[in-house]
Design a protein around this ligand. Sequence first.
Ligand code: GTP
Ligand code: MG
Length: 316
Amino acid sequence: MAKEKAIRELEDLPGIGGTTAEKLRAAGLDTLEKIAVASPHELSEMVGISVEAAKKAVQAAKESTTLEFKTGSEILERRLSMGKITTGSKELNALIGGGVEVNAITEVYGKFASGKTQLAMQLTVNVQLPRKEGGLEGTALYIDTEGTFRPERIEDMAKAKGLDSKEVLNNIANIRATNTETQILSVERADKLIQERNVKLIVVDSMTSLFRSEFIGRGALGERQQKLNQHVHKLQMLADKYDVAIFITNQVMDNPGILFGDPTTPIGGNVLAHAATTRLYMRKSKESKRIVRLVDSPNMPDGECVIKITTEGITD
Ligand code: GTP
Ligand code: MG
């Protein structure tokens, strides 16, 4: 039997020429996996080939796609070699298992002036550090919805790390979003930027404030949560696809339902609670001190630590 050509693209499927492949792509069936699970009848109608031909194409697509599984130890090995960004504080790093992780969403919530933006800016500097110093030798994308990104602060933080502040600033792509459409689009269209600029950290500061101001009242809550959900899923997708760390900030409100203890609750409800891999709660303490509480983590015990915000940035 003649050796068949390996099937890698739609065009390699039997009976699928260039024009048909283009039609399939236009209809959203742009990968072999999608063809493999399509119904031959649907396919035949969609692109105008016979059902017989469609059956053959689907069968070939099925045979060409394999499901890959990884063992637990392979995942562990990958996780150990996976990048983490130092926060600048050894205690905070220890609290969250070494630093802010790639392939994951880390959320920090807290009241105004608790230090969320300071930490976010610090990470855009630290991600640029050499790996042995706790960086990922990458660049950052900063989506600023509040207009509080301060290049002067970045300069301070960069100098404190012995980095060239001009270069550090050039390695931070900044998008000022003043409405949720821009905020959503800057994530939807980030693929190219991530690849071209070796982005290893995406900050959204703040994730929720525009959503909160645009979708007002009970009637808008459903739509708000739905949009927020899609937005956060796209971020997770980018994190997985490009090994990027996602760092989002979030405001708080007082939950009247909590009678004992701290009633401070993050905005965004279940949508954000489920999306964030690691949740941190920051609050002010004396002077430059801030208390960071680990609220939710897949593999670290809950706990607290104290960090400091100084002119040099985040420290112990
Ligand atoms: P909102 O965005 O308003 O919710 O607050 P936030 O949590 O983002 O607060 P942010 O990170 O902006 O923290 C502001 C605080 O950081 C200030 O009140 C200062 O205490 C501290 N801070 C900011 N810049 C400096 C600085 O240059 N030196 C020092 N020592 N502290 C600073
Ligand atoms: Mg802020």
